[in-house]
Design a protein around this ligand. Structure first.
Ligand SMILES: Nc1ncnc2c1ncn2[C@@H]1O[C@H](COP(=O)(O)OP(=O)(O)OP(=O)(O)O)[C@@H](O)[C@H]1O
Ligand SMILES: [Mg+2]
Length: 313
């Protein structure tokens, strides 16, 4: 997608975005000339290691933080000069924020919708819908104080998704949720998208990003490393299959395979389908355990971000 766009309106468009934090004498360049464009109605995932700059971007795009230079426009409105207008169009699940302890999930979602201008009836029916979808009905009238961490997180996400805002920023929305709860969030996100909202997601769960996103960007140390689809990322890392083996396998077994990545205590061999199958054959004949399958987004991410860090070093 072109960031110069013009023919169509982007929901989120950042041009030359820079953010330098100053803490005493130290400065950190958290965003270094970032260009991003997310077309209306898309689900876009913004991925990167801890400290890469994702939350900084989300804060600027959602009008909570001023950029050092460059611009972000939301549905063609500037986040700095048209802040009030932008706030009408967005909703945000911030990273690490809890609901107000004395309110119940129902009161949390309902009062937020009322504040955003929904009529009482509409707010009540939207609240019931989101509580049901998020598996929160059972806890709807329990003060958040008495809910587990994952249920409090579900309440925050429910409150924001219920707005059906045209542009939603979700900064690690499923953090701390159990696998079923995460899947409920995916289902609602998909529904919200089918109703026309644009979703800007950050997550460290790359299965989630792979399942949901049509487009993604990977940021590393404030710079964009990759922008495109999951499929395009896999092409760039040059593999569609991978084999996982114990790191103690004899190296002669791996001769002829160029892309071998240390992945925790294991070796990840990135290759073609034929390469992976022939390695599986050789490994099992030699009595070594091996697991073979299509490359996942997580493995492509480790390869891309890992090799860029080695290049920098
Ligand atoms: N208020 C601040 N003052 C100074 N430095 C900051 C501030 N907020 C963030 N940083 C620094 O900016 C960089 C980017 O941080 P940011 O929170 O955007 O990362 P992130 O990609 O969201 O990471 P995570 O995945 O851990 O949430 C980091 O080096 C961080 O230490
Ligand atoms: Mg963050």
């Amino acid at each position: 997608m072109s960031v110069e766009a013009g023919q169509f309106m982007n929901a989120v468009e950042a041009i030359g975005l820079r953010k330098v934090y100053k803490a005493g004498k130290k400065t950190v360049c958290a965003l270094d000339s970032i260009d991003i464009a997310v077309a209306k109605g898309r689900l876009f995932s913004f991925l990167g290691r801890n400290g890469a700059g994702k939350t900084t971007f989300v804060k600027i795009a959602s009008t909570l933080l001023l950029p050092t230079s460059g611009s972000v426009r939301i549905l063609d409105h500037d986040v700095v000069n048209e802040t009030a207008r932008v706030r009408e169009d967005i909703a945000l699940v911030p990273q690490d924020v809890r609901p107000y302890y004395h309110l119940t999930p129902r009161e949390t979602a309902h009062s937020y919708l009322r504040i955003r201008g929904l009529a009482r009836e509409e707010a009540a029916s939207r609240t019931q819908w989101v509580l049901d979808e998020m598996g929160l009905s059972e806890y709807a009238d329990v003060p958040c104080l008495q809910l587990s961490g994952g249920l409090q997180q579900r309440t925050m996400v429910a409150m924001v998704l219920a707005t059906l805002a045209p542009v939603m920023f979700l900064d690690e929305p499923t953090l701390g949720m159990d696998p079923m709860a995460r899947r409920n969030v995916w289902k609602i996100i998909e529904e919200i998208r089918s109703r026309g909202s644009t979703v800007f997601l950050t997550t460290h769960y790359l299965d989630e990003a792979e399942r949901l996103s049509e487009e993604l960007a990977i940021i590393s140390r404030g710079k964009i490393l990759f922008r495109g689809s999951v499929r395009e990322l896999k092409v760039i890392v040059g593999a569609d299959y991978r084999a996982i083996m114990n790191r103690n396998v004899p190296r002669e077994l791996l001769s002829g395979f160029d892309t071998i990545v240390e992945d925790g205590g294991r070796l990840l061999v990135l290759t073609t389908r034929e390469g992976a199958l022939s390695l599986a054959d050789a490994a099992s004949r030699a009595g070594y355990e091996i697991s073979v399958g299509p490359v996942t987004l997580e493995e492509a991410f480790i390869r891309l971000v890992g090799s860029s860090e080695i290049d920098e070093a």
